[in-house]
Design a protein around this ligand. Structure first.
Ligand SMILES: NC(=O)c1ccc[n+]([C@@H]2O[C@H](COP(=O)([O-])OP(=O)(O)OC[C@H]3O[C@@H](n4cnc5c(N)ncnc54)[C@H](OP(=O)(O)O)[C@@H]3O)[C@@H](O)[C@H]2O)c1
Length: 270
């Protein structure tokens, strides 16, 4: 299937590693020019170079930007730089790291504030600043897409991930509201909900579980895999392929959806 993404412009947040990196690579492989951001200059510069190399694209097709997505002014600058340097913005992928593990009663006000800033308010800031550019791209070229990377926890809370469970549910409420607002402009707005997928974040979560249970990392992974239908942990590449499809022209009638990419872990019907 031709995704019609050649020469389209994408911004992928939290892209120096993991799901963001894989998403930026998938979009670049489809011919997009991609701006990628993270907090660390060396990491994001290396990531941009690797994406260009892995996808055999010229280096200038992948633009590294230093941006902490919890800093609204930095978000505004990063989005403006992307639109200025590439001339437009068709696709926004919101993303950041995940908050620490713990139960609902184990955190204080600063932890809740930080988690909501990292996973909910950053999503809103990125969308607010990207929206004028996405409206122009949808009007001029018929493509405007927002994809929010959230978590399977948004639909089915995960034990000991109270901060994530709470912030991700907020993302889905915002996603549904924004889909209604931007639908008449021809912009689709969706969320993707990763289940257990092999990244640095998953290693960190496994290590925090090991500390409680005394299992090896691989035993923790095996127990998580046992809980889904496919009995394995997912890969960033298969996650990213779904995001690239949602970003594409053929996905134009999908909006307001929260799509689990979790190997069948979620057991809810709706
Ligand atoms: N992997 C899974 O199994 C899984 C499952 C469910 C949900 N999720 C969620 O999906 C998201 C991505 O997961 P992942 O596994 O790819 O995480 P990861 O391996 O920890 O990668 C997170 C990425 O975000 C960047 N980042 C972190 N904080 C940032 C900030 N404030 N501003 C800008 N960039 C920031 C990091 O780069 P720098 O350090 O260079 O800034 C890194 O590139 C997370 O929210 C995670 O909780 C993951």
């Amino acid at each position: 299937m031709d995704l019609h993404l050649t020469d389209k412009i994408a911004f992928v947040a939290g892209a120096s590693t993991g799901l963001g990196y894989a998403t930026a690579r998938a979009l670049a492989a489809e011919g997009c020019r991609v701006a990628v951001c993270s907090r660390d200059e060396a990491r994001i510069t290396d990531a941009a170079a690797s994406i260009a190399e892995e996808t055999r694209q010229p280096a200038e097709m992948v633009l590294p930007l230093v941006c902490d997505v919890t800093d609204e002014a930095a978000v505004a600058r990063a989005i403006e730089t992307t639109a200025e340097q590439f001339g437009a913005l068709h696709i926004l992928v919101t993303n950041a790291g995940g908050p620490p593990a713990g139960t609902a009663t184990s955190f204080g006000p600063d932890d809740w504030q930080a988690a909501l800033e990292l996973n909910l308010l950053s999503t809103i800031a990125l969308c607010r600043h990207a929206t004028p550019h996405l409206k122009a791209a949808a009007a001029d070229e018929g493509l405007g897409r927002i994809i929010m990377i959230a978590s399977a926890a948004a639909k089915e809370p995960i034990p000991r991930l109270a901060l994530s469970n709470t912030a991700r549910a907020g993302v889905l409420g915002y996603m549904k509201s924004l889909a209604d607002d931007l639908g008449p402009e021809g912009i689709t707005v969706n969320a993707v909900l990763p289940g257990y997928t092999r990244t640095e974040r998953l290693n960190d979560l496994a290590d925090s579980t090991r500390a409680d249970t005394g299992q090896t990392r691989e035993e923790v992974f095996a127990a998580w895999a046992e809980n889904n239908a496919l009995k394995r942990i997912g890969t960033p590449t298969e996650f990213a392929a779904t995001v690239a499809f949602l970003a594409s022209n053929p996905a134009g009638y999908i909006t307001g959806t929260a799509l689990p990419i979790d190997g069948g872990r979620s057991k809810h019907l709706l």
